[in-house]
Write a protein that binds this ligand. Structure first.
Ligand code: GAR
Length: 201
């Protein structure tokens, strides 16, 4: 059975592009929707250029009504027929309602070696801590922010002179390898973690 994937973005959508491009040939999933909470997200045009249906659910009119916003997002995902959700730079904190609805069917990529540095400013925090290694993680989404079971990690060495920007620029290509690799495996029901390092990524 081919899985149908909705990809949720808020920004440039480079991870979304790598996921979409990976879902060809004998891949067990296909992209059916790219949805953004920001009408101006750069990734929307990239998705349209790739021939993927796009949708916008702007969170702003909902104010503090997070569940109202999420109900609209869920309706759009279900209208597209998706049964898997990939968060790819989707910068909204999710309520237990939304997480529960998509439990076991929703993945996220986070730019740190979880459980380190949940939340924001991950590259700066890794540098401030003097870490020798940094990277990214793909995990199942649970009610705990960036806290669900880890499905894959990619790591690289922190170099002398690294800044948050240089680290981010080296982590992002690793994200583009890790997320498609995890999705391909996960879409078949295999949750065995994938471990990559810059040397073999
Ligand atoms: C990526 O680095 C992703 O890991 C991060 O946002 C960026 C989105 O880039 N996600 C988070 O920080 C989630 N907490 P993209 O739009 O080019 O894929």
């Amino acid at each position: 059975m081919t899985r149908k994937v909705a990809i949720l973005i808020s920004g440039g959508g480079s991870n979304m592009v790598s996921l979409v491009r990976s879902m060809t040939g004998d891949h067990p999933a296909r992209p059916v929707l790219v949805l953004s909470n920001r009408p101006d997200a750069g990734g929307l045009q990239k998705a349209a250029d790739l021939g993927i249906t796009t949708a916008v659910v702007d969170h702003k009119p909902y104010g503090t009504d997070r569940e109202g916003f999420e109900a609209e997002v869920t309706a759009a995902i279900e209208a597209a027929g998706a049964d898997l959700v990939c968060l790819a730079g989707f910068m909204r904190v999710l309520t237990p309602y939304f997480v529960g609805h998509w439990s076991g069917r929703m993945l996220n990529i986070h730019p740190s070696l979880l459980p380190k540095y949940k939340g924001l400013h991950t590259h700066a925090r890794a540098l401030d801590a003097g870490d020798a290694e940094h990277g990214c993680s793909v995990h199942e989404v649970t009610a705990e922010l960036d806290g669900g079971p880890i499905l894959g990690q990619a790591r690289l060495p922190v170099l002398p002179g690294d800044t948050p920007d240089t680290l981010a620029a080296r982590v992002l290509p690793l994200e583009h390898q890790l997320y498609p690799a995890v999705l391909r495996r996960y879409a078949t029901g295999d949750r065995t973690p994938i471990l990559l390092s810059a040397a073999n990524a």
